[in-house]
Design a protein around this ligand. Sequence first.
Ligand code: UD1
Length: 366
Amino acid sequence: MSIKIVMVVGARPNFMKVAPLFWEMNQLPLVFQSVILHTGQHYDYEMSKVFFEDLDLPEPHYFLGVGSGTHAEQTGKIMIEFEQVIQNENPALVVVFGDVNSTLACSVTAKKLFFPVAHVEAGLRSFDMTMPEEINRKITDTISDILFTPSRDGNENLIREGVERNKIHLVGNIMIDSLVTILKRINPSDEDKVFQKFGLKKNHFALVTLHRPSNVDDKNNLWKIINFLSHLSLRIPVIFPAHPRTKKNINGFNTNDAVNGNFKIVEPLRYREFITLEKYPRFVLTDSGGIQEETTYLNAPCLTLRPNTERPMTITEGTNELVTFENIEEKINLILSGNWKQGKLPKLWDGKTAQRIVDIIKRMEL
Ligand code: UD1
């Protein structure tokens, strides 16, 4: 009998993490039966469906359609819906990814019904409890039975928190598996099309993504950012694919007052378009976790507008640095004058993480 595994996804950064594992398990149909459950935390076409298309994922087996709401509403709705499904499916293992509300909701629900839980991307810590993701990570890690970590700092954090060593497996960064795959699928003519579409030249633009509540929910702060970016665009073209919540907040502004060089605010991009741009920026400015990692892999300079990161390897080994409003100008000058550090690849960010996870799960008695 095959091992039934329910894999939970909900928000954009989950999709590139489930795909490699789904395909790896799919190669062993006699060993695994994998069920993809999408909570519907992200539901817009460009936040969800396009990722399934670009990652060649089938329609999810379950779509809970919970949508947005406050943290409590969203988490609660996911728990209520997930409880029904999981009891019907009765899987041998539930796999959750990353740090979004769906990760927390489904790991807690599964665990209370005595289903074993595996957490992929375990052990990351920003040590900033004002971030909803930090709460989601800590709770999920505390109750999970199997913890797959992307880098050795993850192991260190978990061990310090008292997690038993035999639950922790350093497997590498699964998101890099998807990145490696999509890079092989993007050919030079695809790249030309993307650059034409956005009217940009390779290595001569800044790619910006900002969506963290700390940056975009405070109107004054967001206005400061938008103003800064429009000034920056007098020096270098700026493209800003804006997350729906960022977009909503920007829509409240009268941006006519902003200086306008070459500054484009566009809809969220599909995976293959975003990666194409991310391959050739002069630099990236972001507050996303995944983008700090992708730029390290791609050796693209990355400025992270946050006071902390749960992904320190991207700074110590990669191309990333944290910036504030006080020093961002100085850091941009360094990049534009060609004086940025060269990164190296953290260990096990090699596109084979899903394989390592499957090998470990196969050996377990579930
Ligand atoms: C979530 C994750 C965050 C991740 C981000 C990536 C949590 C706590 N946060 O944040 O870690 O980095 O996804 O995108 O889980 N909305 C839409 N359409 C959508 C999805 C959202 O319009 O498809 C709008 C809604 O108004 C919603 C808001 O965006 O209220 C925020 O969505 P939500 O899923 O609650 O959190 P994110 O900010 O996307």
